[in-house]
Design a protein around this ligand. Structure first.
Ligand code: S3P
Length: 433
């Protein structure tokens, strides 16, 4: 769908972003394999978690309808209660669904599963999960030596061990933790850098025995023979969705926004640290804890921004915010630099290439590198024909760029936003004056 995007105007008001996508997937998945029922308040009612729920339902799990504002109930079947599905499990556009499922299903001895997804997901690398799982005895087959879906999983009794992950990825780590729950012997998962720790927090809340140690929590040990027990989960708002409003709020002339109920888990707040480095006017209000996750409201006001430079260990803590940070960089005077971010090339799209292509079409001054971007800000961007190239975070990032451009834009593929933020366009219309 092509959407007209009006440039200029103000931005003010209060917005409550939808539930955290990562936490929503995990609440559904862990609820499904727990003993007893789980209730989930604030679950993200978007396409990605709906894909996770559909896969679980296809394996015999009862999950109440997923609707905005409604508590979702999951009837757990226990760790070994998932049935063999009658058909291919469709993970849609969701890498988290596919990768977490691979870890869980590889350990369901004697059962056979086939996982697939949309054209974007079928191009995303899966060996990063398949290879470490194979060290535990998993049998997964697919195109290009198991790297691409459709993937066939022949469930096995897995064995524990010390497993290093090839990249700092919470999806890979979580797949291994799920596989470890029923493996023979203890499993220690070691990551090259600390990625988001929602799985560790939530598995513990579900009663799993998990030890987190090593430098910055990079070593996670799971003892064998775990059981999970149903819980009541409250999902905070997604900081990755809040990020679009934070950047719009610091850039649109005269803007003032309050973004309520945002998850502030330190493994996700890299975006706030960069905005601080840029001297953005952002305050955290009403900081509190909900169901084991820190939460707060963010007040943001427009003001001048300094360029930024990011690399190394902060990248996994803001990996989904790089597209909107690229937009922010276009509007500060001076050169901003993003490096060590080659992971962006294997997201829903190659986000370094797509953001370069789209922002260049608006007149931005960007150099694309193998692992990042250099952006010289301060040029006026002009409204033009834009394309999300099917990527939800690109769609929303370009919407913010279009607000700040000279002249209106048209965005093809705007419907992609529904993957993680179904009300994004309604919220934009309401806040934009
Ligand atoms: C996610 C982890 C990240 C992130 C994705 C969600 C998760 O991916 O980009 O949107 O829920 O675990 P990687 O684990 O591949 O970095």
């Amino acid at each position: 769908m092509t959407r007209e995007l009006r440039a200029g105007g103000g931005l003010s008001g209060t917005v409550r972003v939808p539930g955290d996508k990562s936490i929503s997937h995990r609440a559904l998945l862990f609820g499904a394999i727990a003993e007893g029922g789980t209730t989930i308040e604030g679950l993200l009612p978007a396409e990605d978690p709906i894909s996770t729920a559909a896969c679980l339902r296809a394996m015999g799990v009862t999950i109440s309808p997923i609707r905005a504002g409604q508590t979702v109930r999951v009837e757990g079947v226990g760790l070994d209660g998932l049935q063999e599905p009658q058909d291919v499990l469709d993970c849609g556009n969701s890498g988290t669904t596919m990768r977490l499922m691979l870890g869980l299903l590889a350990a369901r001895k004697g059962r056979h599963f086939v996982l697939s997804g949309d054209a974007s997901l079928r191009r995303r690398p899966m060996n990063r999960v398949g290879q470490p799982l194979a060290m535990m005895g998993a049998k997964i087959k697919g195109r290009s030596n198991g790297d691409f879906a459709p993937l066939a999983v022949s469930g096995q009794k897995l064995r524990g061990g010390v497993i290093g992950t090839p990249v700092a990825s919470a999806q890979v780590k979580s797949a291994l933790l799920l596989a470890a729950l029923t493996a023979d012997g203890a499993t220690t998962v070691i990551e090259p850098a600390h990625s988001r720790d929602h799985s560790e927090r939530m598995l513990r809340a579900f009663g799993a025995d998990l030890e987190v140690g090593g430098e910055m929590g990079r070593h996670i040990r799971v003892s064998p023979g775990q059981k999970l027990y149903g819980q009541n989960i409250v999902v905070p708002g997604d900081i990755s969705s809040a990020a679009f409003w934070l950047v719009a709020g610091v850039l649109v002339p005269g803007a003032e926004l309050v973004v309520e109920n945002v998850g502030l888990n330190p493994t996700r707040t890299g975006i706030l640290e960069v905005l601080q480095q840029m001297e953005a006017r952002i305050e955290v209000l009403n900081r509190h804890e909900v169901a084991g996750e820190p939460v707060g409201d963010l007040r943001v006001r427009q003001g001048p921004l300094k360029p930024f430079s990011i690399n190394g260990d902060i990248i996994p803590r803001l990996v989904d915010e790089v597209p909107i940070l690229a937009v922010a960089a276009c509007f500060c005077d001076g050169e901003s630099k993003i490096t060590d971010a080659s992971e962006l090339r294997v997201k829903e799209t190659d986000r370094l290439a797509v953001m370069t292509r789209q922002l260049t079409a608006m007149g931005a001054d960007i150099d694309e590198h193998a692992d990042g971007l250099t952006i010289r800000g301060g040029r006026t961007l002009r409204g033009t024909d834009l394309d999300s190239e099917t990527d939800h975070r690109v769609a929303m990032s370009l919407a913010v760029a279009a607000l700040l451009a000279e002249g209106n834009s048209r965005l093809t593929g705007s419907e992609a936003a529904a993957v993680s933020y179904p009300n994004f366009w309604d919220d934009l219309e309401r806040l934009h004056r």
